[in-house]
Design a protein around this ligand. Structure first.
Ligand SMILES: *Cc1c(COP(=O)(O)O)cnc(C)c1O
Length: 360
């Protein structure tokens, strides 16, 4: 067996301990004589799995009692519609455009109401986070929407926007559980888990209770109503059971590691190693304004497309996989999520140094 260092943006690397444990439990989950994949979602064993997963997530993120935790399907992209359908009471929302995912979310919301694009970093190919200290928030806005970590461009809000009292809705797909958060600053926090938590097929929504109502847009399907899922504790229909089980294991792994404070320190140390090298290298350059750099997704270029392609190919041969940048931006991108060990980033930087020497 050979494992590579997988720098994919998602689906992405998972902790090896978690994969081993899941493998051990594959045929017979803790004496039940069956796999979690084969189990009723109404069984005692699964009830324990989902209840513990929620409790552990609540503990990790310090989620207050007036927030619900929902395990849903449809990926992060489904939330682009679900959010306006459930939250647009006045049919107005403010969006901050910091990349493809925020752009897509805004375009989807526009089907349901008025969307104000109140700030954007499109003028410099999304290489920074706009100033959000005094935004022109619409008095009627039902919420203010951000994509907190921009997976494709490698930027992150290190300070949340001042929403002037409006609920903040954040897509945290690619920074979920990467550092501590103050949940009370948000109305909704959501993310697809396939970036930093678990297998594709689960999206986690953390939503303040007062935002969960029956008063949704006319025609909203039952399956797209937060209240339906909140009332049924994410068991309205068959949930993505196996995915939730793996997420639960990752939550326990994170708790064992020491929680999100410890993850933040680890993630900062990993990112610093790579960014410091990018800052001194004559060949490779980061593409993001330093103050807005993401701890999770690190895009970089050589400035020469042929050299980029040569690098990606050589890196793959050296066991450093999925370093090709997003198809819309080119270059390279190293995603260094929670489960990427420090040694993986060390190996990458050592390889980049060697490549630079050999290709001057
Ligand atoms: C990957 C990603 C998405 C899309 O996720 P899906 O689960 O494929 O719909 C949305 N937002 C962000 C920030 C992402 O990184």
């Amino acid at each position: 067996m050979k494992r590579v260092y997988n720098f994919s943006a998602g689906p992405a690397v998972l902790p090896e301990e978690v994969l081993r444990e899941a493998a051990d439990e594959m045929l017979d989950y803790r004496g039940t004589g069956m796999s979690v994949m084969e189990m009723s979602h109404r069984s005692k064993a699964f009830e324990t799995i989902i209840t513990e997963a929620e409790q552990d997530l609540r503990e990790l993120m310090n989620i207050p009692d007036n927030y619900k935790v929902l395990f849903l399907q449809g990926g992060a992209s489904q939330q682009f519609a679900m959010i306006p359908m459930n939250l647009m009471k006045n049919k107005v929302a403010d969006y901050i455009i910091t990349g493809q995912w925020a752009k897509k979310a805004a375009a989807e919301a526009e089907k349901y109401g008025k969307v104000n694009r109140i700030a954007s970093s499109a003028d410099k190919t999304f290489s920074y986070i706009p100033d959000c200290t005094d935004l022109p928030i619409d008095a009627d806005a039902d919420y203010v929407y951000i994509c907190e970590n921009n997976t494709i461009y490698g930027t992150k809000y290190h300070k949340l926007p001042d929403t002037k009292g409006k609920p903040l809705v954040a897509d945290v797909s690619s920074c979920f559980l990467s550092e501590p958060v103050n949940v009370t600053k948000y109305g909704v926090i959501y993310g697809g888990v396939q970036k930093n938590i678990g297998p594709a097929g689960v999206v986690i929504v953390i939503i303040r209770e007062d935002l969960i109502t029956e008063d949704v847009l006319f025609g909203t399907p039952t399956m797209l109503q937060y209240k339906i899922h909140a009332d049924a504790k994410s068991l309205y229909n068959t949930p993505p059971a196996y995915g939730i089980y793996i997420c639960g294991k990752v939550f326990k792994w994170l708790k064992n590691m020491g929680g999100l404070e410890v993850m933040k320190v680890r993630n900062e140390k990993k990112a610093k190693l790579l960014y410091d090298y990018l800052d001194e290298s004559k060949m490779f350059h980061g593409t993001v304004e330093k103050k807005d750099r993401s701890l999770m997704n690190v895009p970089f270029v050589t400035g020469n497309e042929e050299m980029d392609a040569k690098f990606v190919k050589a890196a793959k041969e050296a066991g450093l996989e999925n370093l090709k940048g997003h198809r819309t931006v080119g270059g390279m991108r190293a995603s260094i999520y929670n489960a990427m060990p420090y040694e993986g980033v060390e190996a990458l930087v050592a390889f980049m140094k060697k490549f630079e020497e050999e290709n001057q």
